[in-house]
Design a protein around this ligand. Sequence first.
Ligand code: CP
Length: 330
Amino acid sequence: MTLTPEQDLLHVRDGRDIWAFDLYSVDQLSLTDLGVIFEIARKFREYKTHKFNLAKWNTQINCFFENSTRTLASFDLAAKHLSMDTTSVWGSSSVKKWESYLDTAQTLDAYNAKVIVIRSSEAWVAQMLSRHTAASILNAGDGWHEHPTQGLLDILTMLDHVWSDNLEWKLVTIVWDIMHSRVFGSLVRLLKQLWATVRVACPMTLWPAHVENFWVEMYTNVEKALTWVDIVYALRMQEERGATGFIPSLREYSKMYGISKKRLELASKNAILMHPGPVIRDIDIHSALSAVDEQSHILKQVENGLAIRKTLIWLMTQRMDGKTKTFTRK
Ligand code: CP
């Protein structure tokens, strides 16, 4: 008997769930949770053009207090592919009128949304709001802190590349603006959870305080950091978070740390290149490498992002109880 895509997804899930009612940090996820998320995401990816009826009649509100291209499009399309009603609001318009984050979120919660996606320039906004809404809160990036769905889509891309369910014995180098990167915040936690060996390469001025607590190897010489690694992960210089005050100039920084074909050749033969986007061409990564080179997995990351977000949204909309019993109004 051939299963419909819906039946296939239900079969893969088969009653399995993740523990969290919201997702504001990857620290909330156990190894078992990661296994469930990646298995369901791969199944969603298989049916990438199918419109599922798995979350029909549910509403998702994307509340972005800070700009986004791929994360907003991806969360919105993911919900639509699950047949949800969606709307997107620029939360900054409320905050500019002196409304608090909390009042904005509770206003949106009163529309009976099942999921509210939050992006903010400040850390911990999603976690704080999750205590006050009946809707599940999904963190789409909070300040310099975390970007959990980005971390999950990055790890899915890596696991597919290495054909394994962990990253033991794998060398991953993360280059560029480590200090201001919430992508780094989620990625390094997940990499360590999956036993990867992590190197970071940037000037000392861009090392975040206590980065050594993640048990990463720190390099200021990018050539040494790239030698023999399996995965090269380039970040963006985050000018909007004041990063350029920590380097002489973008041009000089790019000369010292930008990923060129020659630098990529220092990595192992089958190494892949990743970047969360948006790429600053010829600054973070040389143009010739950015999306088209066969070593570049940047567009695979984007595709995996849709599958990961469908997975999390679906799991969150399936709650019959739980959060509504425990949440507190102010
Ligand atoms: N990777 C990422 O978060 O991109 P956006 O800022 O475009 O959402």
